[in-house]
Design a protein around this ligand. Structure first.
Ligand SMILES: C[S@@+](CC[C@H](N)C(=O)[O-])C[C@H]1O[C@@H](n2cnc3c(N)ncnc32)[C@H](O)[C@@H]1O
Ligand code: SF4
Length: 461
């Protein structure tokens, strides 16, 4: 197999700065509250008018969690009160109907993702009604064409729920695991037995889910190279189709629950680096391909295939094989994307409920993209998905002279070229194996907004 990654500790240390994860460009801190409901409606009307009706990808956010994991940086509401789910769904169903009214009927939904929080916080009948609401309001592609996924916390699901989820149309699962080691689990308040995790994987296989993905995290308290290597051995035995190996972003000023993590228990930067190195080696030996930015997949998984065919995209859900879609996001905090705009819903439940109860779309902020934003977004997309950028392609698509437009950026890349991260050819940038883990740093050169926002991002390694 082609050598995809070179792990160079010196280089990784040199380039270990904070930076965006580029699930969007411009990134969310650029969104403005001046962007209002009418701007959103205008952007949907504009996308309906495009010559080719783009299909839709729907993201639905269920914010509730039964308990808090101390590391968690997700948008969530921790509560034991299950009746909160019913109140939320009343508003969500209204939002689905309001949103659906705006889209032309020929825009097929090819992707649905239910994320959280913990989507299975709401019970099985509620999940069934939610899917029915989507089917009532949108034309949804058949199972063999569409990608319908849900995030599962194995502590909050059982075999019956998995069977039910397949019945109501889900065909992909992603499971939160993080680490199988008990002392790590205790330190982050997420005790989840191997049995709970592997039973869900077995149930998903038996119910013919097409793809199973696992979330793991390195940099958590009490982790060592040996302990995490044991976790990976067990995970590899279960052979998930995809694996996310996230770098724990410890930002206790931003995420309150992280203040309950004892910082002396966190692995040192050099141990973190060694865990990453060992993990990459283990995963590559087990046949996983490094897709980019924390993601690995088996060669026959659709992500690997999309990457090899040059069709991979990146959006708010990470890497995607359905980048041709407009992303319609519903629920509290959810972020949507059309060709020309980003929009985010209210971030707290009271504001979200108040907007919907008053008959408004719950838009809180967003932005309309400029021509320069779209051009840079495309450049970053190509680099982060394919590790290669063809200048002619970009020049043609955006009617520019790439070398002239990006002369400043090309000069900035020279030091990275000297360090062996990439090669600037006459008409292309090729990211070299030593630069792949530092793809965020390379993309950052093309980010026009970065200077003022650097402090809001997590470390790249
Ligand atoms: C919404 S959660 C997954 C679904 C479900 N709530 C669960 O925990 O099983 C999404 C993933 O984000 C990752 N994550 C959460 N907090 C993080 C942090 N501070 N740094 C890096 N990754 C994080 C975890 O791997 C987690 O599984
Ligand atoms: S990791 Fe998942 S279950 Fe844990 S608090 Fe975050 S969203 Fe909730």
């Amino acid at each position: 197999m082609e050598q995809q990654l070179v792990f160079d500790t010196q280089l990784l240390t040199k380039y270990d700065v904070s930076g965006p994860r580029y699930t969007s460009y411009p990134t969310a801190p650029q969104f403005s509250e001046d962007f209002c409901e009418q701007n959103y409606r205008d952007s949907i009307a504009e996308s309906n008018g495009d010559f080719l009706a783009r299909p839709l990808s729907i993201y639905i956010h269920i914010p509730f969690c039964n308990t808090v994991c101390f590391y968690c940086g997700c948008n969530k509401v921790v509560t034991k009160d299950r009746s909160k789910g019913a109140d939320y769904l009343i508003r969500l169903h209204k939002e689905i109907a309001m949103q659906a009214e705006m889209f032309d009927g020929d825009r097929i939904v090819k992707q649905i993702h239910l994320g959280g929080g913990t989507p299975t916080f709401i019970n099985d009948p509620q999940l069934t009604v939610l899917m029915n609401e989507l089917h009532k309001n949108f034309p949804i592609a058949e199972d063999d064409i569409g990608e319908y996924s849900i995030e599962i916390d194995p502590r909050e699901a059982n075999k019956e729920t998995i069977i039910m989820l397949r019945d109501i149309g889900f065909n992909r699962l992603s499971l939160g695991v993080q680490d199988l080691d008990k002392s790590v689990q205790l330190a982050v308040n997420r005790v989840q037995s191997e049995r709970e995790t592997f039973d869900i994987i077995d149930a998903a296989r038996a119910s013919n889910f097409r793809s199973i993905s696992l979330d793991l995290m390195y940099g958590l308290p009490n982790q060592s190279v040996d302990s995490f290597s044991r976790t990976l051995d067990r995970v590899i035995e279960a052979k998930p189709d995809r694996l996310s190996l996230f770098n724990y972003a410890h930002m206790p000023k931003l995420f309150k629950p992280q203040r309950r993590i004892n910082e002396v228990d966190l692995p040192s930067p050099s141990v973190k680096m060694a865990i990453l190195k060992q993990s990459i080696q283990q995963l590559e030996e087990a046949g996983y391909i490094y897709i980019g930015m924390d993601h690995f997949a088996l060669p026959d998984d659709e992500l690997s295939i999309a990457q090899s065919e040059g069709k991979l995209q990146r959006n708010f859900q990470g890497y995607s094989t359905h980048g041709d879609c407009d992303l319609l996001a519903m629920g509290v905090t959810a972020i949507g994307q059309t060709h020309n705009s980003f929009s985010q819903n209210h971030r707290n439940l009271d504001d979200y409920y108040a907007a919907i109860d008053a008959g408004h779309l719950p838009i809180f902020r967003g932005m309309t993209l400029t021509a320069d934003d779209r051009l840079r977004a495309r450049v970053i997309q190509e680099l982060i998905c394919h590790f290669r950028l063809d200048f002619n392609l970009i020049s043609k698509q955006f009617d520019i002279d790439f070398n002239e437009y990006f002369s400043h950026e090309l000069t900035k890349l020279l030091s990275m070229e000297k360090d062996g991260l990439l090669q600037v050819e006459a008409n292309a940038i090729e990211v070299l194996p030593a630069g792949r883990l530092l793809i965020r740093n390379i993309c950052m050169v093309f980010d026009a907004y970065l200077q003022k926002n650097q402090q809001q991002y997590s470390k790249v390694i």
